[in-house]
Design a protein. Structure first.
Ligand code: 3NM
Length: 228
């Protein structure tokens, strides 16, 4: 019994370390909503995975739970085959049901402490932050990574028009946050360089890949500046 307990603890710790390492080494995080995708979520996910996306987030606000579960399990298989991580937006219960690597929550959703009680120590928790105070708080709360944005105006999430944190927020985070973080919001191939120059080493995108005619091609384009 003791040996089994120490084995499971060891396994938990190793899983945590492995996930952290994979997060640190990641560059491009894709958020997928079926409604944004040109040819459906499936092709966008598979093609971008083949092109090198490091994480995929399932972000569906109006799918039934049953559909979300079936979809999620399929995406779990694709991400596993590609060696990418899978994050479920806003639903700790479904993150467990589909065996996602983690769950992502926004400022109006369950706090990290409560999410941690549900998903346990082995799954990652990501938090969206929109100013430096929220970023600091997420770190104190025990988040595993944070989203930093919106960097540019975006129509993908319901922010008030002209309400975006901008590159200044990216610079602030770059100067003081050591937890893995992703700049997000309105990032495209033609403004990515500015984001990296502001200090980001990882970015999260949705529409630029999902709504592209050729998700694989745009993914490769977005990954290019990271190899320099
Ligand atoms: N969260 P796109 S911005 C889902 O700032 C989301 O927290 C943001 O999509 C934040 O790449 C955003 O299409 C939308 O702008 C990202």
């Amino acid at each position: 019994q003791m040996r089994y307990a120490s084995y499971t603890l060891e396994k938990t710790i190793l899983t945590c370390i492995a996930s952290q390492r994979r997060l640190e080494n990641s560059r491009l995080y894709l958020l997928v909503s079926e409604s944004l995708c040109h040819h459906g979520a499936g092709p966008a996910i598979r093609e971008s995975l083949a092109a090198g996306v490091d994480l995929v987030q399932i972000r569906e606000k109006s799918m039934t739970d049953r559909k979300l579960m079936v979809h999620g399990k399929r995406v779990r298989e694709w991400t596993r085959e590609a060696g990418a991580m899978l994050i479920m937006n806003d639903r700790p219960d479904l993150a467990i049901a589909i065996d996602a690597d983690g769950v992502h929550v926004g400022q109006d959703e369950l706090p990290v402490r409560e999410v941690r009680q549900i998903v346990g120590p082995r799954r990652l928790i990501g938090v969206s932050t929109h100013n430096i105070e929220q970023a600091r708080q997420a770190v104190l709360d025990g988040a595993d990574y944070i989203g930093v944005g919106p960097t540019f105006p975006t129509a993908t999430k319901n922010f008030a028009e002209h309400e975006y944190a901008g590159l200044d927020f990216v610079k602030q985070v770059a100067a003081e946050i050591t937890l893995p973080w992703f700049a997000i919001g309105g990032i495209q191939a033609d403004n990515l360089k500015q984001v990296l120059e502001a200090g980001a080493t990882r970015v999260a995108v949705s529409s630029v890949i999902c709504s592209h005619e050729q998700p694989g091609q745009i993914t490769r384009e977005l990954l290019e500046p990271f190899s320099n």
